[in-house]
Design a protein around this ligand. Structure first.
Ligand code: SF4
Length: 356
């Protein structure tokens, strides 16, 4: 019987032989899966349980909702008489004055969209602000939407820019003496845009290797095998396992539109703090579409509201979710204290769903 492509990447015999090979690994190593989709895939396929105790997988900062500061939610709630358009997960993330979902129940016009183009359509009827969160995977689509708004002279549309860039966050982790990571499982989707070159600093300056990996069981296990080989050979480098999707130079069209509409700036990551040159804001030429300027909003430099949530330590790989005292006690998907329990890509949500 002919196997489909996805079945080939889940072939039990191949998985078994890879797991047997990985089971022989003895030296303790800590590998960080940077991307929230990897965290979910690892949980969904039960891969953590197939690995020997010598291999620890830690979740990283690649969950867009988890790293969006409280201040983004707080500031957007102050806008009246506009439609606030957002991707789904963010609506349940608590800010200082509750979540956008709770504000919607009190009358704020908050709508979930699946694409920034939906928000642009809404703007034809009513002033609309789109909350621009996410990494290099989502920011090109938002950039293109802003360009469309400018070309069509749609003035009722703006974006609150809170985009993040992954490589500087990984450099900050590699540079943090309190964080111990032997190698990175690098994100597949982000790298399809960026390519693998921006990660070279990790191996060249910090001697920490990485493999860009896909999301099927064989992808992830093979990515882990490639990282272990690097560690064994004492030769940290940046490699691509996800070769049919990711090229070392990335996607030139997507990078060009990012560069046309956005410029790099320092950025605040929820629970982690400010990271140099790790965010994107809208260029002055397109400032009519920058909600921060349009509504005179400012985002604070610090985000110090935590209610005991240790999301920051989870995102840095310092603890696993189960080590947070609130995990499953006060913090559950029904009653999330922190963003890592809200998001469908959050590590606490993944542990709650799959690892317990
Ligand atoms: S379990 Fe809840 S409170 Fe603890 S780190 Fe995760 S999201 Fe924060």
């Amino acid at each position: 019987m002919k196997l489909s492509i996805s079945e080939k990447f889940r072939d039990p015999d191949l998985v078994r032989s890879l797991v047997e090979e990985l089971q022989s690994w003895e030296k303790p190593v800590k590998l960080m899966e940077v991307c929230g989709s990897h965290t979910m895939a690892i949980g969904h396929w039960g891969l953590r349980k197939l690995l020997p105790s010598s291999i620890t997988l830690l979740s990283g900062p690649g969950c867009p909702v988890c790293v969006t500061p409280y201040s983004v939610i707080d500031s957007i709630m102050n806008l009246k008489d506009v439609t606030i358009a957002t991707f789904g997960d963010l609506i349940r993330v608590p800010g200082r004055n509750g979540s956008l979902e709770q504000s919607r129940a009190r009358g704020l016009d908050v709508r979930i969209v699946y694409s920034p183009f939906d928000a642009l359509e809404m703007a034809k009827k009513k002033e609309t602000v789109f909350i621009g969160i996410g990494f290099e995977t989502t920011s090109p689509g938002v950039a293109y939407t802003i360009k469309q708004a400018a070309e069509k002279k749609i003035k009722n549309f703006s974006v609150l820019p809170a985009f993040k860039i992954i490589p500087p966050a990984l450099e900050a982790l590699a540079d943090d003496k309190d964080v111990s990571i032997d190698a990175f499982i690098l994100p597949g989707h982000v790298s399809a845009i960026l390519g693998s070159e921006p990660y070279r600093v990790l191996s060249e300056k910090y001697r920490t290797g990485g493999v860009v990996t896909g999301f099927e069981p064989l992808d992830i296990l093979n990515g882990i095998r490639m990282l272990l080989r690097q560690i064994q050979e004492k030769d940290p480098r940046i490699e691509i396992e996800y070769k049919w999707v990711v090229h070392k130079d990335g996607n030139p069209q997507a990078k060009a539109i990012l560069d046309e509409i956005f410029t790099v700036e320092d950025s605040l990551w929820r629970g982690i703090g400010k990271i140099n040159r790790s965010g994107l804001t809208i260029r002055d030429e397109f400032s009519d579409y920058n909600a921060l300027k349009k509504y005179n909003l400012t985002l604070p430099e610090k985000d110090d509201f935590d209610k005991g949530c240790r999301c920051g330590d989870v995102l840095k790989g310092k603890i696993i979710p189960k080590e947070c005292p609130l995990f499953k006690v006060k913090c559950t998907p029904e009653n999330p204290i922190g963003a890592c329990m809200v998001s469908s890509e959050g590590s606490c949500a993944a542990y709650y769903k799959y690892e317990e």
